[in-house]
Design a protein around this ligand. Structure first.
Ligand code: AMP
Length: 284
């Protein structure tokens, strides 16, 4: 098992990737914030299958956190992440220190309108601007042919796809399905922060989404009724505090009153002091 090369600076990463690019190698990027788990693993494995050179970035991006406490307690374990990447044949791990990515306060940012107006957008002011700005920087630094994003963060995926389309960024965005624990809870680095009781209760989030799916499959089309079916499940879990649970169209991320095309049922909820998100895709 060959450990991936750990790279800390933009200049070094560019220097390493240039010969691969000249040789015509397909370069794949999986952007992450580390504390890698099997959800990230699925993105990396897909990149390994599709690409000649696989780069995993590990950077807890301060500008996408709207709460300082959340940034500070975000799990970090670079040694474990390097082992994880080694086991999956990653070529380069790009883990820049904060000063490398943000040597000076930014006067430039990238912002996607409209798709960020609902779901996580209003609840996390500045979050998506931080995500789109850091992803643009990573795309400019790595210049990948393909970049891998999880459907677990469906709004993020839609926003990145729109940004790449609107700005003609020459990268193919590859969506990867959500990986779940055996009880349905979507894998997330933040699950590490849950208490044992919170962890058990958190499975209720996916059960609520399944209730929405059952309602849709049974022919329910009013979003309010779909929402109600899911919220009833969550009401049985006092440990779960719902931030939003909405039915949105799967491309524009706008709430729909009636389900007529592909939708996502998306939820954000607090368990203990940890905010979890999840969603399902449903096509009529
Ligand atoms: P993060 O490190 O949480 O920023 O996530 C990095 C990438 O991994 C994002 O594209 C996420 O959508 C994706 N990801 C995180 N958790 C999962 C999961 N359970 N299944 C699939 N992809 C995931």
């Amino acid at each position: 098992m060959r450990r991936p090369e750990l790279i800390r600076t933009i200049a070094e990463l560019r220097a390493r990737l240039a010969p691969h690019r000249r040789a015509g190698s397909i370069i794949g990027l999986t952007p992450t914030m580390g504390a890698l788990h099997a959800g990230h693993g699925r993105l990396i494995e897909q990149a390994r299958r599709d690409c000649d050179i696989v780069v995993v970035s590990i950077f807890v991006n301060p500008i996408q956190f709207n709460q300082a406490a959340d940034y500070q307690r975000y799990p970090r374990d670079l040694d474990a992440d390097l082992e994880f990447c080694a086991a999956r044949g990653v070529d380069y791990v790009f883990a820049p220190p904060e000063e490398e990515m943000y040597p000076a306060p930014l006067d430039t940012c990238v912002e996607v309108a409209r798709l960020t107006d609902h779901l996580c957008g209003p609840h996390r002011p500045g979050h998506f601007r931080g995500v789109t700005t850091v992803c643009t920087k990573l795309f400019m630094i790595v210049q990948p042919d393909k970049a891998y994003f999880g459907e677990k963060d469906a709004q993020q995926l839609a926003v990145i796809q729109r940004m790449v389309r609107d700005l003609n960024i020459p990268v193919e965005i590859v969506p990867v399905p959500t990986v779940r624990e055996s009880d349905g809870l979507a894998l997330s680095s933040r699950n590490l922060l849950l208490s044992p009781g919170g962890r058990r209760a958190a499975a209720g989030i996916y059960r609520a989404l399944q209730a929405a799916e059952t309602a849709l499959a049974a022919g329910t089309r009013e979003a309010a009724a779909v929402q109600k079916a899911a919220l009833e499940v969550l009401a049985a879990h006092p440990e779960i505090r719902v931030e939003y649970l909405q039915v949105v169209d799967a491309v524009e991320m706008q709430p729909v009153p009636v389900v007529e095309g592909p939708v996502r049922v998306a939820v954000a909820a607090w368990v203990d002091d940890t905010r979890l998100i999840d969603n399902i895709l449903w096509r009529p």
